[in-house]
Design a protein around this ligand. Structure first.
Ligand SMILES: O=P(O)(O)OC[C@H]1O[C@H](OP(=O)(O)OP(=O)(O)O)[C@H](O)[C@@H]1O
Ligand SMILES: Nc1ncnc2[nH]cnc12
Length: 177
């Protein structure tokens, strides 16, 4: 039954070869959102997965596709949602974390005070590839003193072994080779 539910989600994900550049097989999650039943089912599965961790006190979502799922999960858990955004997008005082991309570097920011010391945080994103994005987010949340209890992704690209780079509990719902 659980597998059947996940297979409906998997079937909705499309693969676009050579996007955004040659050699990349892009996993497009937007068809999930195009089907309200499938989207609703996925949000329920995410909620159930998050309940395996006791006492999540805050959901942190990663720009941009983590924003599609994070606020819905936070509402279901009745906890705050907090965004992590790329450099220069969040107003007020921020804390930053640079990270390596395939080519060059990028920088994530979180608003100071948006998560509190010792708060149990679940970080959510749509997809884990090399793991660089999730690792940077986890390091940033840790840097501001919160406790990362789960890094959750809908899709994991197993071939890139991104989970190996993470030093916090990690869970994915759908894996592709
Ligand atoms: O595991 P990694 O190799 O770090 O890659 C995973 C990240 O790549 C994609 O985001 P992208 O950088 O394309 O930004 P977007 O969500 O704003 O499109 C995806 O949504 C993850 O956040
Ligand atoms: N193959 C892929 N599909 C969608 N988003 C990605 N982010 C990094 N790799 C990706």
């Amino acid at each position: 039954m659980a597998l059947q539910r996940l297979n409906r989600i998997r079937d909705a994900i499309t693969t676009i070869p050579d996007f955004p550049k040659p050699g990349i097989y892009f996993k497009d999650i937007f068809p999930i959102l195009g089907n309200p039943e499938v989207f609703s089912e996925l949000n329920e599965i995410i909620y159930e997965a998050s309940k395996s961790m006791p006492q999540v006190e805050c959901v942190v979502g990663l720009e941009s596709r983590g924003f599609l799922f994070g606020p819905i999960l936070a509402q279901k858990l009745k906890v705050p949602f907090v965004p992590i955004r790329k450099k220069g997008k969040l107003p007020g005082e921020v804390v930053s974390q640079t990270f390596e991309l395939e080519y060059g570097t990028d920088c994530f920011e979180i608003q100071r005070g948006s998560v509190t010391k010792g708060q149990k945080v679940l970080i959510i994103d749509d997809l884990l590839a090399t793991g660089g994005t999730m690792k940077a987010a986890s390091d940033l949340v840790t840097k501001v003193g919160a406790d990362v209890v789960l890094c959750l992704c809908i899709i994991e690209l197993l071939g890139l072994k991104g989970a190996k780079s993470l030093d916090k509990p990690f869970k994915s719902l759908i894996a592709f080779d």
